[in-house]
Design a protein around this ligand. Structure first.
Ligand code: SAM
Length: 216
């Protein structure tokens, strides 16, 4: 039986030289493992989405969810979360009376996880998670939209929301605001902050443009 003490093992390990080839192998292996994690777990389903539109998964904090719900308070009808992750916003929205509550999410693992959370909470079949690209979803029937996406993506999403949402729609953005839009309410502080936007008010503040010109 090998009786090397931990000190002996450590000094043996220190004395070994990896060499350039060894370092290259370790680096390549680590790179591949990270890429595998990224492609296989965090970003599957994103192959057809341009790189600049890819947003990785980061769940909303409890305070963020609470702030989003506060801004939705008093609203009714359905809610759509664009990039719904593990479904926490959709589930919370349904619990507070929004129906249909739908999440659009490209990552199939997250869609499964969201369905599992809904099932575990007793809301299976009541909330819906669709594996769809948010850029291809027709939003013309949505009255309440929630988003938690990267700032660069929000800039492009503005155009889609302005072109498709009805005048009486409300958009709530968590963590990052829409840079060019003026919110009518803000809730919370720091990374948990959320911003509410009224579509009609936004359209009235775009000089020289109206709903029809934006849709054409
Ligand atoms: C920052 S996470 C927010 C998750 C969730 N809304 C929340 O607040 O916890 C953004 C999510 O959007 C999803 N996503 C990014 N681009 C998407 C796209 N084009 N279509 C559908 N989902 C997308 C990502 O997979 C990720 O789960």
């Amino acid at each position: 039986m090998d009786t090397d003490s931990p000190d002996e093992l450590l000094s043996e390990f220190r004395e070994r030289r990896l060499g350039v080839w060894g370092v290259l192998q370790v680096t390549a292996g680590t790179g591949l493992a990270v890429y595998g994690m990224w492609a296989g777990i965090l970003m599957p389903g994103f192959r057809k989405v341009p790189l600049k539109l890819q947003v990785p998964y980061l769940p909303a904090s409890r305070a963020q969810v609470r702030n989003v719900m506060t801004l939705l308070h008093g609203r009714s009808g359905g809610v759509a979360d664009l990039g719904s992750g593990d479904g926490r916003i959709v589930l919370e929205a349904y619990k507070t009376g929004f129906s249909p509550a739908i999440g659009y999410e490209l990552n199939p693992w997250l869609v499964r996880l969201a369905n599992f959370h809904a099932w575990r909470a007793g809301y299976s079949g009541k909330v819906f998670y669709r594996r769809e690209d948010l850029w291809k979803v027709d939003l013309s029937g949505c009255k309440n939209v929630t988003v938690f996406l990267a700032p660069s993506v929000l800039t492009l999403l503005q155009e889609k929301l302005l072109a498709e949402l009805p005048d009486d729609a409300l958009v709530v953005a968590g963590r990052f605001p829409f840079r060019d839009w003026t919110p009518f309410r803000v809730e919370g502080e720091g990374v948990d902050r959320a911003w509410a936007y009224n579509m009609q008010a936004l359209r009235q503040h775009i000089p020289g443009e109206d709903k029809n010109s934006l849709q054409s």
